[in-house]
Design a protein around this ligand. Structure first.
Ligand SMILES: [Zn+2]
Length: 342
């Protein structure tokens, strides 16, 4: 208890120090950076220790643990005063059991959705996504999935909180933002596929999808240069999205954007392996944020104590800044390239 408290304090000093020495807070960027700075290592840590706790039982699609995780997300949005996207909606997009045909005993599951309505172009929607399911338990061991994808999940909660603060100040986004926590990713990208087949807002009005899956760790081959994030897909459908993303990173972040896995001949095929692909195949520009696989990937040792919280903060803030730009810039991001077939 005491040790954790002290660690929390030291992280606090680190993040304050970064904020004070940053020259990027001046002038016209003051407001945006102030909102970005509400995303803190301490908040991310507090959320992730709860979200990836053993009581969530590894969040396997259709289980009580997954339902508990869904309720946790919903409660967060209710507490923030962020509404469900559908009138009289309850934050759950229900997916019937039959949809999960590949499972041995299919059970119903649900995506969790929250919505901030744009002030000027409410019909144009940016979708942020992260999967909140994981692989459950095996031989009595809980697979906590702290990085996969607890990290992206709590990052999205913090981004939502930052935007909601801007809304309360009268600085809400011009375009709408849908916070989409998808289920069924680990068993075959079901939740995101279901969403794109049953969208809450027309796909033709969906500006882009920024998807986050594993952003809290350092891949083994990056130990010597850990200040990075992998970006995949940013230029596949829209050169404009790629350029905006790169410009935002240059202005607001010191992270290295590594495009190694974006190579079209990359044997890992990550572009096809997380939820953004269901948007990309519908010609919606995407960016996939990712730290690469590591020694605890899909093991019971993917636990919250192994997360690099200051790096998680930086990556989350980068996604926040990028979302802010695509939500507020004058012109809508367009798909200016041909889509790539799987
Ligand atoms: Zn994942």
């Amino acid at each position: 208890m005491k040790y954790a408290f002290l660690l929390g304090l030291s992280l606090l000093f680190v993040s304050c120090n970064t904020a004070q020495t940053s020259s990027k807070k001046k002038g016209k960027d003051q407001t945006i950076t102030d909102y970005a700075n509400t995303i803190t290592s301490e908040d991310l840590k507090t959320l992730l220790y709860e979200f990836a706790d053993d009581k969530m039982q590894g969040r396997m699609t259709g289980t009580d643990g997954q339902k508990m995780a869904a309720a946790y997300l919903k409660d967060f949005y209710v507490a923030q005063g962020i509404e469900a996207p559908v009138e009289k909606g309850d934050y759950y997009q229900e997916i019937p059991a039959e949809y999960f045909g590949r499972m041995s005993e299919p059970k119903p599951s649900e995506n969790v959705v929250a919505f901030i309505k744009g002030s000027e172009k409410p019909d144009e929607v940016i979708v942020l996504s992260a999967h909140y399911d994981h692989v459950g338990t095996r031989d009595g061991e809980v697979y906590n999935g702290a990085d996969d994808d607890g990290s992206g999940t709590v990052g999205m909660l913090e981004i939502a909180e930052a935007f909601q603060k801007a809304v309360k100040d009268g600085n809400g986004p011009k375009r709408s933002i849908l916070f989409l926590h998808v289920t069924g990713e680990e068993i075959g990208l079901y939740g995101s596929r279901y969403y794109t087949e049953n969208p809450l807002f027309p796909l033709e009005n969906t500006v882009c999808n920024l998807n986050t899956d594993m952003i809290g760790r350092i891949a083994p081959d990056k130990k010597d240069s850990p200040n990075y994030v992998y970006l995949i897909g940013s230029d596949r459908l829209s050169q404009e999205l790629h350029d905006v993303s790169a410009a935002v990173a240059k202005e607001y972040s010191d992270l290295e954007l590594d495009y190694k896995y974006n190579a079209e001949n990359d044997p890992n095929r990550f572009y096809f392996r997380s939820d953004h692909y269901n948007f990309a195949k519908n010609n919606i520009p995407v960016i996939f944020y990712f730290n690469g696989v590591h020694e605890d990937y899909h093991k019971p040792t993917d636990t919250p104590d192994k997360i690099e919280y200051d790096l998680l903060r930086k990556r989350t803030q980068l996604i926040f800044y990028t979302t802010w730009e695509v939500a507020n810039r004058e012109g809508r991001i367009t798909a200016d390239k041909d889509k790539i077939q799987e």
